[in-house]
Design a protein around this ligand. Sequence first.
Ligand SMILES: [Zn+2]
Length: 247
Amino acid sequence: MQLDFSKTALIEVDIQNDFCPAYTGKDGKERPAGSLSVIHGDAVIAPLNELAETLSKKGCKVLASQDWHPANHISFAASHKERKIGDIILLQVSEKAIASFYEKYPDLKNPVPAVIQQILWPVHCVQNTKGAAFHDSLKTEYIDFVFRKGFRKNIDSYSTFFENDRCTPTDLHGYLKKLSVDTLIIGGLATDYCVFYSVMDSLRLGYKTLVLSDAVAGVDLPIGSVNNAIKTMKDAGAVFVSSKDIK
Ligand SMILES: [Zn+2]
């Protein structure tokens, strides 16, 4: 697949220890499996490294996102009394945030919900911990910019573009606009959460969006969510492509 790499960015989503299985670190120490370890999550790293090296030499920007929570984040089951992992809580979206979104993006489809469902997760990716660090195998030397998300205590952020209220933006869209980027290649973790929401936002913001079929892996909680996510992304216009087919 031929692309204009001066207008393309690769986004490596959440390649962090807490989303990966156990491994031996570069310092020779054992890293336990992450608290939200994705089965074969580390298998996405080799194709992403290879692609990042190839594309950065062609002028393509390489970006990485990092889930980056305060210790008492609202998405952690441990932050709520009498709640367990997998429970769903309802969160009200602020009217101010919704109004500001529609003012800024009058043409965007997909209405912003007034209430969002938040799944409660194990404690993961706490700021400045080993769990939040990039996996040792990720070649960070090719990354031009790191976007952190989920750092506000009272709201989670799966997407690299908007927080989970679907209307509070991160800085990513503005950054890409300044670079005249119109095409995004997205891979990483997890297919059914942070990759999924990033892809759906990329499409609704009008980017041509490619998903790396050999460089994504999912949580599949609840069961079936990976297949649902893939179908929804394809139906919305995402193109699934192997990293080897991008030249
Ligand atoms: Zn998180």
